[in-house]
Design a protein. Structure first.
Length: 237
């Protein structure tokens, strides 16, 4: 084994969480602070919990005093802390603790996910508003907008389910939200909460009609109050 390979193996490896690598700046960490963190992390991975500031300074090209100031700033930003560990029968020793940094990262990820969901909900709301206005051929009133918002926020109907109710209303040329609301309530009473469940119910209904021989046209039969049609099927003219 040559000298380089031997040195590479002996030096070990330092692993960094990709999330931290991608978002350390959003956590309020400067490039210099992140470099210092990497140096400390590399020593921690080798079992050295409290490397000397002189050692870190030499590795990153700063003075010992500059490293001390950077560490003090990181503590002030709640990116790290210095813990004193007392083991039975041993002298107390200090260690760098970056738990606060990872707590900040966890909060950032949670906040980002919440903002993404909120943004998606707002987009879905705007989309369904526009679709209903287009199909009805008129602007929606404030009361109607509030009703649709209640479907989303209070009843927690899926947007695709609301779209199905809209298509059924258009199919029967009934252009009002009360009719759509009755369709949605009917599905809810049957515990049909997803487009797939509604489609499955429709297929079962068709199979039952076929098996009982009631699938033949009946001129005297009335149209169902709440028709069900295949997902993706366009309303007929």
């Amino acid at each position: 084994m040559d000298a380089f390979a031997n040195a590479l193996i002996k030096s070990g490896q330092t692993t960094i969480a990709t999330l931290l690598l991608e978002h350390y700046r959003e956590l309020g960490m400067s490039n210099t602070e992140f470099l210092i963190y990497l140096q400390i992390k590399s020593y921690n991975d080798r079992g050295i919990s409290f490397p000397q500031t002189e050692t870190i300074a030499k590795a990153v090209g700063l003075t010992d005093n500059q490293i001390f100031q950077e560490l003090h700033t990181m503590i002030g930003k709640r990116l790290m802390q210095i813990d004193t560990v007392q083991q039975p029968g041993q002298l107390a020793r200090d260690s760098y603790d970056f738990t606060l940094l990872y707590e900040k990262l966890a909060q950032y990820v949670k906040k980002s996910e919440t903002e993404t969901i909120t943004s998606q909900v707002d987009n879905d709301r705007e989309t369904i508003f526009n679709q209903i206005e287009t199909e009805f051929g008129r602007p929606l009133s404030p009361i109607e907008l509030e009703m649709i918002s209640q479907w989303l926020d209070e009843d927690h109907y899926q947007v695709d389910v609301i779209r199905l109710a809209l298509k059924e209303a258009v199919l029967n040329q009934v252009y009002n939200l009360k009719y759509m609301d009755r369709i949605l309530l009917n599905w809810q009473k049957k515990h049909l909460t997803t487009p797939e469940q509604i489609q499955h119910e429709h297929q079962q209904h068709q199979q039952n009609r076929t098996s009982t021989g009631t699938n033949k046209p009946n001129k005297g039969a009335k149209k169902p109050a709440i028709p069900i049609f295949k997902i993706g099927e366009k309303p007929k003219d």
